[in-house]
Design a protein. Structure first.
Length: 277
């Protein structure tokens, strides 16, 4: 009976030791030339356990369960995300803004300028959003028409049509004064592709009204420059550390009720830059 108890105790101790050994991940961290990195932090990507490498770049990470992935950090080098395996070797390289992978989501914000393909004037707005490998954005721009009435003494709220202007033979003082009442808003998603280059895709709404002002001071809508409707949008964003630049192209599917002669689709574009934080 005593022998059986002793045998069971030995087997139990052996089992505990084996179980403990299965929860220790060992490996080595080196740079791109194979030199050991001392003081690198190694952590369980799905847990709170962490350790640091010794003078030879070796580490031993003890965990409560099986480790699937580890994150390795060292100041001045690109963070390494590796699949865990026995006696693993982790190679770390210097930080390169093009290859640097985002560790967490960041907000971004910046100004934008939009230009239509024809009969348009620049409008200004902003873009903001949040990104990592995936992201989202909201973009808006506006061209305020309030200065038309003040500058040209036009009749507010009673703009005539282009046909009315022709029938009454209104004249223009050489170069007719013109302005644009424009506003648009869009939203979409983003995906990191090559390096820190993001592809953008979204949809929204845009309205553009071209206005001419004659010598009498009356303002008239110029129908070939008037359009509004749903907008499909695509673009690119390049992120360099905390700074970004973006370029977008928008296609508006015209639904302007009184505009029968204008093309059913209108193109416009936008450029911008900003800061991520």
């Amino acid at each position: 009976m005593v022998k059986k108890v002793l045998l069971m105790s030995c087997l139990l101790c052996l089992g505990i030791q084996l179980a403990s050994a299965q929860n220790v991940l060992k490996g080595r961290v080196v740079d791109h030339q194979g030199n050991p990195i001392s003081g690198a932090k190694v952590e369980n990507a799905k847990g709170s356990e962490q350790t640091t490498t010794d003078m030879n770049g070796q580490f031993s990470l003890e965990t409560e369960g099986n480790v699937k992935k580890v994150n390795v950090y060292y100041m001045g080098m690109q963070t390494a995300h590796k699949k865990a395996k026995p006696d693993m070797l982790v190679k770390m390289g210097g930080i390169n803004w093009w290859k640097q992978k985002p560790d967490k989501y960041s907000w971004f914000f910046g100004p934008q300028v939009s230009i239509t393909s024809s009969y348009g004037e620049p409008s200004f707005g902003f873009i903001f959003g949040r990104l990592k490998n995936w992201g989202w954005y909201v973009k808006a721009d506006v061209k305020n028409p309030s200065d038309i009435g003040k500058e040209n003494n036009s009749i507010e709220g009673s703009w005539g049509s282009f046909d009315e202007m022709v029938s009454k033979e209104h004249t223009f003082d050489g170069k007719p004064k013109s302005s644009v009442n424009r506003w648009g808003v869009s939203a979409g998603i983003m995906r990191r592709t090559l390096g820190n280059l993001y592809v953008m895709a979204g949809a929204g709404y845009l309205e553009n009204v071209k206005v001419w002002t004659c010598m009498e001071g009356h303002s008239f809508e110029y129908e070939p420059g008037c359009y509004s409707g749903l907008t499909a949008e695509g673009g690119l964003m390049l992120k360099v550390k905390h700074v970004f630049i973006n370029a977008n192209i928008m296609c508006t599917f015209n639904s302007f009720i009184d505009n029968k002669d204008t093309a059913s689709k209108k193109l416009s574009g936008s450029l911008g830059f900003g800061y991520s934080f």
